[in-house]
Design a binder for this molecule. Structure first.
Ligand SMILES: Cc1cc2nc3c(=O)[nH]c(=O)nc-3n(C[C@H](O)[C@H](O)[C@H](O)COP(=O)(O)OP(=O)(O)OC[C@H]3O[C@@H](n4cnc5c(N)ncnc54)[C@H](O)[C@@H]3O)c2cc1C
Ligand code: FES
Length: 273
């Protein structure tokens, strides 16, 4: 059986600057067998280690339908992410996982899907969005709403055009503060709700973003008629093992690293109680 604490080596093949402090790293496992046999669900994460520095949990941002490589989009916020941002292409990092439960996928076949992302929270949603669009016939209408602090903080800009070009997909973007070139919506992501033509009856909402955003989005989704178990979000906790052993990520009797990080609002409420 594989040792969950033992990282496999991955090589950084390409690095894309998304914003001033977010980079997307295209990687592959050095051992071709490990890369070929990699399977995961959107919403799962890897523990990424920089040897001699430390380890951090990062969501897999590539769709499971994309084979031969994987991508991680990382915001530079501290020690490990800062060192990763300084590495050149060709560098090697350690990867453990995939960990966590991932988003429901087959379970939402036939549903309309609403994605609400904020900042780097679009990274795990991007994996699911691309997996949905690669299997478009299995789903109803798709609405993607995304907000960031400023135009310079918007990630995956090029992909929005490709998403829009797919049948029955609409995207709306907003920023908290515009600049002289910005002609789009200004305001928090919930200000897009009245413009998006959302119908909650046969829909599931996926919400990922900074912790401050989530309660406001959930409140407005409930007002729109979404039920507690049709609102799906992720919880961020400080993690160590990623495998349900160390207890660092516990909320009540749940381990966010194995029972989550994806939970319905109904589950989240029960955990907080
Ligand atoms: C399941 C999961 C998936 C994630 N996916 C991504 C992703 O796709 N892209 C991305 O950029 N980030 C993601 N994160 C957040 C990322 O793990 C942290 O930003 C990272 O651990 C920071 O490590 P560091 O050593 O650079 O920062 P540190 O030097 O350890 O910390 C810098 C600051 O960030 C805070 N911090 C660190 N980790 C967390 C955390 N888990 N929750 C809340 N605050 C934290 C610290 O308290 C400190 O204030 C994810 C976190 C989790 C739990
Ligand atoms: S991170 Fe160790 S139990 Fe969850």
């Amino acid at each position: 059986m594989k040792d969950v604490y033992f990282p496999d080596i991955a090589v950084i093949d390409n690095i894309r600057n998304e914003t001033g402090d977010v980079k997307t790293f295209t990687m592959r496992f050095k051992d071709p067998d490990i890369q070929e046999n990699l399977t995961y669900r959107s919403g799962q994460f890897f523990e990424v280690s920089i040897f001699g520095i430390g380890e951090m949990p990062i969501s897999i941002t590539t769709s499971p339908s994309h084979k031969g490589f994987f991508e991680l989009s990382v915001k530079n916020v501290g020690l490990v992410s800062g060192v990763l941002h300084g590495l050149p292409s060709g560098s090697e990092v350690g990867i453990r996982g995939p960990f966590g439960n991932g988003f429901p996928y087959e379970e939402v076949f036939g549903k309309d899907l609403l994605f609400v992302g904020g900042g780097i929270g679009l990274a795990p949603l991007r994996s699911l969005i691309n997996n949905v669009l690669d299997n478009r016939d299995n789903f109803g209408r798709v609405i993607i709403l995304y907000g960031s602090r400023t135009p310079g903080d918007l990630v995956f800009r090029d992909e929005f055009k490709a998403w829009e070009d797919q049948p029955d997909v609409s995207t709306l973007v907003t920023v908290d503060r515009g600049d002289e070139k910005w002609v789009g919506n200004v305001g928090v992501v919930t200000t897009l709700f009245p413009k998006a033509g959302i119908e909650s009856k046969n829909a599931v909402a996926f919400v990922c973003g900074p912790p401050v955003m989530i309660p406001f989005v959930i409140k407005d989704l409930l007002k729109l008629g979404f039920k507690e178990d049709t609102i799906i979000s992720t919880l961020e906790r400080h993690m160590k093992c990623g495998a349900g052993k160390c207890g660092h990520c516990c909320i009540g009797h749940k381990y966010v690293c194995v029972d989550g990080p994806v939970f319905s609002y109904r589950e989240m409420k029960a955990m907080m109680e």
